[in-house]
Design a protein around this ligand. Structure first.
Ligand code: HEC
Length: 158
């Protein structure tokens, strides 16, 4: 959504700058500036740069069962690459430690951390970070949501 707004804004700005009529240019530039201001306000209003409020996050991973997280992470072999508190044998060092992951502002330094972004990241990491060593493991939406709910709780109640 954010990237669509950004792309639309950029296209309109470029088109406006190339347009011959000054009135039209002025109107379109201020229109795209208004869109940009909205997008910025939306981004700043996200709670995720600050303290993630666990009750809110838990509500947002709709229908997820965080208690399933550890068993799923064992089954998917996440521990071969990550240290994950509460997950048996999770001592891998290929990826970053997921200790206190719920307090992290960003996922892999690129996606604001939250229920939706984390679920999407788990399902298809290379979509967001093409060079990443974390593979697409064919994780289902439901399993990703359960694991995301567990990871978002790390650092809050665990
Ligand atoms: C083959 C190794 C590998 C496996 C298996 C793997 N990951 Fe990762 N993971 C990585 C690497 C490497 C990164 C760092 C990604 C980057 O920065 O591009 C990462 C990043 C992450 C992040 C973001 C961490 C941060 O510090 O922002 C999360 C969360 C995560 N992995 C969860 C999982 C879960 C859950 C599983 C199992 C379903 C899993 N990973 C399986 C290698 C792996």
């Amino acid at each position: 959504m954010a990237s669509m707004v950004l792309v639309a804004g950029a296209v309109v700005t470029l088109w406006a700058l190339a347009s011959p009529s000054r009135d039209v240019v002025g109107q379109l530039v201020s229109w795209s500036e208004a869109r940009w201001t909205e997008l910025r306000a939306w981004y700043i209003s996200q709670p995720l740069d600050g303290e993630l409020e666990w009750d809110t996050a838990q509500l947002q991973v709709r229908g997820a069962d965080a208690a399933q997280g550890p068993a799923l992470m064992v089954a998917y072999g996440c521990g071969s690459c990550h240290v994950i508190p509460g997950v048996s044998g999770a001592r891998g060092t290929v990826g970053p430690s997921l200790t206190r992951f719920g307090e992290r502002a960003y996922i892999a330094g690129i996606l604001p951390n939250g229920p939706g972004t984390l679920t999407n990241w788990l399902i298809n990491p290379p979509l967001y970070a093409p060079q990443t060593a974390m593979p697409d493991m064919g994780i289902t939406q439901e399993d990703a949501e359960d694991m995301a709910a567990y990871l978002l709780a790390l650092g809050h109640d665990r």
